[in-house]
Design a protein around this ligand. Structure first.
Ligand SMILES: [Zn+2]
Length: 80
């Protein structure tokens, strides 16, 4: 990723399980990458889809990460 990514190491390690909107298979999403690129890629079918975090606001990112540290029950809105 160009320019470096401003995410913490803990964030880098956080991953989420989601369902690919195209093939329906489980997809492991890296949170740090998803937050910076807003996209994820399915390793099964190779399709790219956008990932939108609930409360997707840069000013709320820090708080969102804090919440994630306490609970991994993050709500993801995934749409093609
Ligand atoms: Zn897929």
């Amino acid at each position: 990723m160009e320019g470096g990514v401003k995410v913490g190491t803990l964030t880098d390690k956080l991953e989420f399980n989601a369902t690919c909107p195209k093939c329906g298979r489980p997809v492991r999403i890296n949170m740090g990458r998803a937050m910076s690129t807003k996209r994820a890629r399915c390793s099964s079918c190779g399709s790219n889809f956008s990932v939108k975090f609930t409360g997707d606001d840069p000013r709320k990112s820090d708080r969102a990460i804090d919440d994630l540290k306490r609970s991994l029950s993050t709500k993801l809105n995934i749409k093609l």
